[in-house]
Design a protein around this ligand. Structure first.
Ligand code: DC
Length: 222
């Protein structure tokens, strides 16, 4: 049975970058489940249907245009057969993805994509419900949290490539807290997850902790 490290947490808690790095350290594949919600959203936007008219069935039908690409270090979605990394991070997708992520049929579809990616390889998956709904038997479950102001600050540095001013961080914090509320029902900490608060940790420190936990868990279960 392949090993699964499931990393969950709220928006901008550093899940994806941490998961990517942990996967590289372990030599496993990284799977970002949020990218599949984003790809389903991008596919539906490409149909031209107005978002007010989107239904579970319509989004699911559009998701047939989404494929999986195994790049060796990660398994990521494609759209109409091509990589879609930039499109799925754009504002149009970000503005509509919460709506899509609330649709049960879409959640089932994403879960199937992520499970399929983990069938043949050891994986580090990140999202909101990887340790609960998708991989209840994961080798290791981690729930990452951080103070909203710090999450907003990190996100802005990443986006702007420079330190952010307090008023910029305040506006970003407000948007983040609203997104947390929109995604709250999907964001679940497993009872057996290790909680890591990254507010005062560097990324190197959080990666080292998770890699050590993953190696210990794999040695115990493998
Ligand atoms: O982590 P992200 O910002 O790329 O997530 C995009 C959206 O998908 C966000 O609205 C939360 C949702 N999501 C989810 O509901 N369950 C997951 N496992 C991953 C993401």
């Amino acid at each position: 049975m392949p090993f699964v490290v499931a990393i969950d947490g709220p928006a901008a808690s550093g899940k994806s970058s941490t998961a990517q790095w942990v996967a590289r350290e372990l030599g496993w594949r990284h799977v970002d489940s949020g990218a599949f919600y984003r790809a389903a959203t991008a596919a539906t936007l490409r149909t031209g249907a107005p978002p007010e008219a989107w239904t579970d069935e319509g989004v699911l039908a559009a998701s047939a245009r989404v494929g999986r690409r195994d790049a060796g270090t990660s398994v990521a979605p494609t759209l109409d057969g091509a990589p879609c990394d930039d499109e799925i991070r754009g504002p149009a997708v970000t503005g509509h993805v919460s709506l899509v992520a609330r649709m049960p049929a879409v959640r089932a579809w994403v879960n199937a994509q992520v499970r399929a990616a983990a069938e043949a390889h050891h994986v580090v998956v990140d999202g909101r419900d990887m340790g609960t709904a998708v991989f209840p038997e994961a080798t290791l479950k981690v729930f990452l949290v951080a103070d909203p102001w710090e999450r907003a600050r990190r996100r802005l540095v990443q986006r702007l490539g420079r330190p952010a001013a307090d008023d910029e961080i305040a506006a970003e914090t407000d948007a983040l807290v609203k997104r947390d509320a929109a995604d709250a029902t999907q964001t679940v900490q497993a009872a057996d997850a290790v909680l890591i608060d990254t507010t005062y940790l560097t990324q190197v420190e959080q990666v080292e902790r998770i890699v050590a936990l993953a190696r210990a868990a794999a040695a115990r279960t493998g």
